[in-house]
Structure formats: C-alpha cells, structure tokens
Design a protein around this ligand. Structure first.
Ligand SMILES: [Zn+2]
Ligand SMILES: [Zn+2]
Length: 289
C-alpha cells in the first residue's frame, strides 16, 4: 500500500490563538479559557455539519414581524437534526460539568432529560417558542419544565447555537434590519450578550444565542429601553479596548469591544472571556449581568 504523505498541520483558528494568548497573559483566567476552548472546538465541529438553511421570508410577513418587534426564525426553520442535537446537548453538559460550571445534581438531571424518549424534543421546541416569541400564540408557553434546573437554560442555549447560528448566517445576507430598533435579537429574540463599537462609532449588539448582530442606539439600554443618557454609566478599560454600558434604571450592563482603533474585528468567544475582570468591576458597582 502506498504511504500517505503526512498531512500539513492545519493552522489554528484565530479565536483559538487569541484565547491561548489570554491564558498566557492572564493566568487567573486559565480555567475560563480552557472551558471556552472546549466549547468553541465542539461548536465548530457541529456547525460544520449543519447545512445553511433556505428560509423563505415573505416580505409582508417580514414587515409585520418587524413592526411588532417579533423575530424571524421559526422553530421549523432551524436545520435541526435530532441525533446531532442530542449529542451536542450531552457534550455541552459534559464540558460545563468538567469545568465546574454545572453542579453534579443538575448535570445528572440534564443528562437524564437527554435520554428520555421524545421529552427533549418537546422541551427544546417549547423553550424556543416561548423565548423567541416569533409567534404571538406562544406568548403564554412556559419557558421550561417547572422541575428543570436553572442551568438547563445555559445548556440549551449553547447546544442550540451551532444550529441557530446557521439561520442567522443565512438571513443576515438577505434581510434588511434597518428598521429594527429593538434591544432583542431580530432573528431569535434572545438578549444581546455583547456589543461592538464600529469604526464609525455606531454600536452593534450581538445576540447571546445565535450571535447575530444588529445596530442599536449607542447610549440606550437594550434591556429596558431607557434612553436617558444621564442614566447610562459607561466606563472603559485602561487600554481603551473594552467598554461597559450600565443602566441606572434596570441596573443591567452590557460589555462592548471598541473596534475603532483595533487590530482585529470583534470575536465574541474571545472578548467575553478577556472581559471577565470587567464583569467583576460592574458587579462591584452594583450592576447585574
Ligand atoms: Zn439571536
Ligand atoms: Zn435598563
């Protein structure tokens, strides 16, 4: 048999290189970095298998949804293959448990849920319908099973991300978000988890579930719509790379990457970890994440 030529080592993705740099320069963040590396690696592999969906968006329906502040991705639009989702769900729980981000008792409950016949399918469908609010008919659906651990939200969110992110990718190209002025995601309805200040000094919010980006007023609160600048406290890191916007009405805050003089674009998986010390600073000032 002919010998196969050795494969050239593949270059590491930029986010992996950046995460390893954080670990080297801030050893106190090592465990958070390692957990993120494990999650990023798993999500990349899953996302590579998920086909880019073709989502039919009727222009009239699109306008109506946007006017009503309702997002666009219906559960049936998500290219979800249940066997693959089940595996992703289990692997996500395993990673969180390994890095002690999930209590053993919660982990056991979550893993058991993943094994139960169709319970997971029903749970995920209801959870998405209730949290996205695409359809007004689902507004009264319960968010999760009453007896389910709170940590379940985190596992569901991370496990659904590679599938939902493909929807956001597909729609970003085709949908004009110019009229979307809301604080929640125009595609999946979730809250922003991070933001980026663009070179033209606009602010784009980044969804905590599907990673879609959309424009939002720079000095308004996406969580409670407070737009009184006097009631928004903003502070930056010493190097000017990151900023926090905290709301003095609802007390929540959002972190941002300042791309105005930056060497690279925003990278959510990296920047959320690099700014963990900023979370501590915001919490110390009495704000909540
Ligand atoms: Zn989203
Ligand atoms: Zn607020």
């Amino acid at each position: 048999m002919p010998e196969r030529p050795p494969r050239a080592p593949r270059a590491e993705p930029r986010e992996v290189v950046e995460l390893k740099q954080i670990k080297a320069s801030q050893p106190e963040l090592a465990s958070a970095v390692d957990m993120q590396l494990a999650l990023v690696d798993m999500q990349r592999r899953v996302q590579g298998r998920v086909p880019l969906p073709w989502i039919q968006v009727d222009p009239e329906w699109l306008r109506a949804q946007q006017t009503a502040g309702r997002p666009l991705v219906r559960f049936r639009d998500i290219p979800l293959e249940w066997t693959d989702f089940r595996l992703t769900f289990r692997q996500t729980a395993d990673i969180l448990q390994r890095f002690e981000a999930l209590e053993r008792a919660d982990y056991n409950k979550i893993v058991a849920l993943g094994r139960e016949g169709n319970a997971l399918e029903t749970l995920v469908t209801n959870w998405y319908d209730a949290t996205s609010r695409v359809d007004a008919a689902n507004d009264t659906k319960v968010r999760t099973l009453a007896e389910a651990p709170a940590a379940l939200d985190q596992v569901l969110l991370l496990a659904l991300r590679p599938f939902l992110a493909r929807c956001a990718e597909a729609l970003t190209e085709r949908v004009d978000l110019g009229s979307w002025k809301h604080g929640h995601c125009p595609f999946c309805g979730w809250e922003p988890e991070f933001a980026v200040i663009t070179p033209s000094a606009d602010r784009r919010l980044i969804c905590g579930r599907c990673l879609a980006q959309w424009m939002f007023a720079p000095l308004a609160c996406p969580f409670c719509a407070n737009d009184d600048r006097a009631l928004i406290t903003s502070f930056a890191t010493r190097d000017g790379r990151y900023r926090v916007y905290a709301c003095d009405v609802c007390r929540r805050y959002l972190k941002a990457y300042d791309a105005r003089n930056a060497a690279r674009p925003v990278m959510v998986s990296v920047d959320t970890i690099a700014t963990l010390p900023l979370d501590a600073a915001a919490i110390q000032r009495g704000y909540v994440g």
